[in-house]
Design a protein. Structure first.
Length: 157
């Protein structure tokens, strides 16, 4: 079986629960996420999601996936398939590792498998990696920014 993989990492100053809360608040994605303009569905194993990816020029592409793993504060995985299983499948994951002291590492990855994975251009991997890095950065800013906002409000009283 052919396989292509894209992996990115980012360290976020927050608890696993805070990261999970923002990662799975799909309704808020249009407020902050230029990579995924929205997700319909729930982050629970077995549920279906519709990913809405915004394109420059206002065009939106939708993809249907199935959540295979949803471990709050730890791991979210979904799988997408073409009409013919084994032709081109993908598994997307977010893994949150608690490094202690309110610091976590978020690893975002995508694994493409199947016969057509062999034919995927290397540029697709580079574009996917750039998109993941952009997603990671804006998630970090949102989580850390919301954390600072709530800390300032708590201290203001």
């Amino acid at each position: 079986m052919f396989r292509r993989e894209v992996i990115t990492h980012i360290d976020i100053e927050a608890s696993p629960g805070e990261i999970w809360r923002h990662l799975t608040d799909f309704a808020a994605y249009p407020e902050w996420n230029p990579y995924l303009s929205g997700i319909e569905g729930k982050a629970s194993a077995g549920s279906g999601l519709v990913l809405k990816m915004g394109q420059s020029g206002g065009r939106e592409v939708a993809a249907k996936v199935t959540v295979t793993t949803a471990q709050p504060g730890r791991k979210l995985v979904w799988r997408g398939r073409t009409l013919i299983p084994g032709l081109l499948d993908n598994e997307h994951s977010f893994v949150i590792e608690d490094h202690g002291g309110e610091t976590c590492r978020l690893t975002q990855s995508e694994v493409f498998t199947g016969f057509l994975a062999f034919f995927l251009p290397r540029s697709l991997g580079q574009q996917t990696s750039l998109g993941f890095e952009m997603f990671n950065e804006v998630l970090k800013k949102r989580v850390e920014g919301k954390r600072q906002d709530s800390g300032q409000r708590a201290g203001a009283g």
